[in-house]
Design a protein around this ligand. Structure first.
Ligand SMILES: Cc1cc2nc3c(=O)[nH]c(=O)nc-3n(C[C@H](O)[C@H](O)[C@H](O)COP(=O)(O)OP(=O)(O)OC[C@H]3O[C@@H](n4cnc5c(N)ncnc54)[C@H](O)[C@@H]3O)c2cc1C
Length: 457
């Protein structure tokens, strides 16, 4: 019997699809690789996920979980075909509890929806990937997603206090719970956060919440050089400030934005800095003025401060446009979410110039300066059309990752390894670490059915 028919009999007709359109829509994410599954299952309840995995484990069928398919590294591409397991229909917020400061959600809830729902109760779920209006909490857990606010508030991992996970054999594992501290045994919750769908399928998530800061302020500044902007970043920390976000962008990004949205909307200069602080109204007002003094003393080309939410968002509009402006160049934007120790910010920008000179691609850098998670975007012409261009890009990435690792940095801070970074996984990890990863995988998924073909194969 065909796989789809067997699954219809096992589960329910309306949650199993194998028409061409659905298969194509579940073949990849926002990276370049694609492979069609044989069948797509749209789980609506944990029990269906359990029945599906019991079946797949017994018959050695590959199962690749997916949320919204907004990943950047091909993580949900069903490389070995089999079953694409969509969690998108498991999208209920089960509970938001102010007294316990937790929310309990299904994995298909969109991150931005959760943030808005908890805010109605003056609660805050801080992790803010740029994709938050599209990606799911389940995907965020599986990739340990981050974003600008993670400088002050930490990444997804720092908010997940409990998980319900269906293991490869269909067993149900519950880790943690609704308490904010818990040291009962090993940190199993932490093991599954960032496991990219290879150790189990997440079917329920408990996140801790914090009080929503009532006020916020933003400072936008532009400097002639990246060196000046990076020095301002270091001084902000040296003077004892911990902004909620601290974003930087280089001259290629600013030039792309000028061509895209017009010179009037982009301040003059070759380096842009955006700083956010939040907290109580009075302290935020004092802090932003002190930050203005620090930045102005460094003679920027421009400084602007906003203290009302709408005005802050106006200053952020430029930052939010950067990705689109880079795409509007017509070049293919290959975004690498590397992290360097913060002292290497300027070295990184200089290294990007070196790559540009060596390979001839423009290289645009912007991102989270505060935690060294700078997105290095190789901007390639004819990337999808010419194998020679793709090969050159691979060489440029070899150079980039080798240098980042030599500085003590890492090849991914928030997107994950997936398929995109599989080639560099051996360089980025030790033999002992890789063997431990494989041993964990063998223990939890001895038949290798969960998201096979990724970096552990
Ligand atoms: C424009 C854009 C901006 C982005 N900005 C950011 C950013 O600022 N920060 C950041 O961290 N990321 C960012 N990303 C990457 C992406 O949004 C995140 O990786 C996000 O967490 C993916 O969520 P998803 O629901 O789309 O997951 P998918 O792409 O569907 O899946 C991602 C991985 O998670 C696994 N998975 C999904 N759901 C489950 C589950 N329930 N159980 C087990 N495994 C599961 C999949 O197998 C896959 O390995 C961006 C992407 C785009 C396209």
């Amino acid at each position: 019997m065909a796989l789809a028919d067997e699954l219809r009999r096992l589960l329910a007709d309306e949650i199993v699809a194998d028409d061409a359109e659905t298969l194509a829509a579940h073949s990849g994410d926002k990276w370049f690789a694609a492979e069609q599954p044989e069948v797509v299952v749209f789980a609506e309840r944990t029990e269906q996920v359990r029945a599906l995995l019991r079946f797949a484990n017994e018959h050695h069928v590959a199962v690749t979980a997916r949320g919204a398919g907004y990943g950047y590294v091909g993580g949900c591409v069903p490389v070995r075909r089999g079953i694409a397991l969509s969690l998108a229909r498991m999208n209920r917020i089960r509970e938001i509890n102010f007294a316990d400061a937790v929310a309990i959600v299904e994995p298909g809830v969109i991150t931005g929806q959760l943030q808005r729902a908890v805010r109605k109760q003056k609660l805050f779920y801080p992790p803010d990937p740029a994709s938050l209006e599209n990606c799911t909490i389940g995907g965020n857990v599986a990739t340990n997603a981050g974003g600008p606010r993670c400088l002050k508030y930490g990444v997804t991992r720092n908010y997940v206090v409990g998980l319900e996970i269906v293991l490869a054999n269909g067993d149900l594992l519950r880790t943690g719970g609704r308490v904010h501290k818990n040291k009962t045994g090993f940190d199993l919750t932490g093991l599954f956060v960032g496991s990219e769908g290879m150790l189990g399928v997440v079917t329920e998530i408990t996140v801790r919440l914090i009080p929503h800061p009532p006020a916020r302020a933003t400072l936008s500044a532009a400097f002639d050089t990246m060196q000046e902007a990076a020095a301002a970043v270091q001084e902000i920390f040296a003077r004892g400030f911990l902004p909620s976000s601290l974003e930087i962008a280089d001259h290629f990004v600013l030039e792309a934005a000028r061509r895209d949205v017009g010179t009037a909307s982009v301040p003059a200069g070759n380096a842009h800095l955006l700083v956010d602080v939040d907290g109580q109204l009075e302290s935020v007002r004092v802090e932003i003025e002190l930050l203005r003094e620090i930045v102005e003393a460094r003679r920027p080309n421009y400084v602007e401060v906003a203290t009302e939410e709408a005005d802050c968002e106006k200053l952020w509009a430029l930052r939010r446009q950067f990705s689109n402006s880079l795409r509007a160049t017509g070049l293919t934007k290959l975004n690498q979410d590397i992290v360097v120790p913060r002292s290497h910010l300027v070295d990184l920008v200089e290294f990007a110039e070196h790559l540009r000179a060596k390979y001839g691609f423009p290289v645009a850098t912007f991102g989270h300066a505060g935690d060294g998670n700078i997105h290095v975007n190789i901007m390639a012409d004819r990337y999808n059309r010419e194998a020679a261009v793709r090969e050159q890009v691979e060489h440029a990435l070899d150079d980039l990752f080798q240098q980042v690792l030599a500085w003590g940095g890492v090849i991914t801070g928030e997107h994950g390894i997936g398929l995109a970074k599989k080639r560099w996984w051996p360089q980025a990890t030790s033999d002992v670490s890789r063997e431990l990863h494989r041993a964990l995988k063998r223990t939890l998924d001895p038949n290798g059915i969960l998201n096979p073909g990724k970096f552990l194969d």
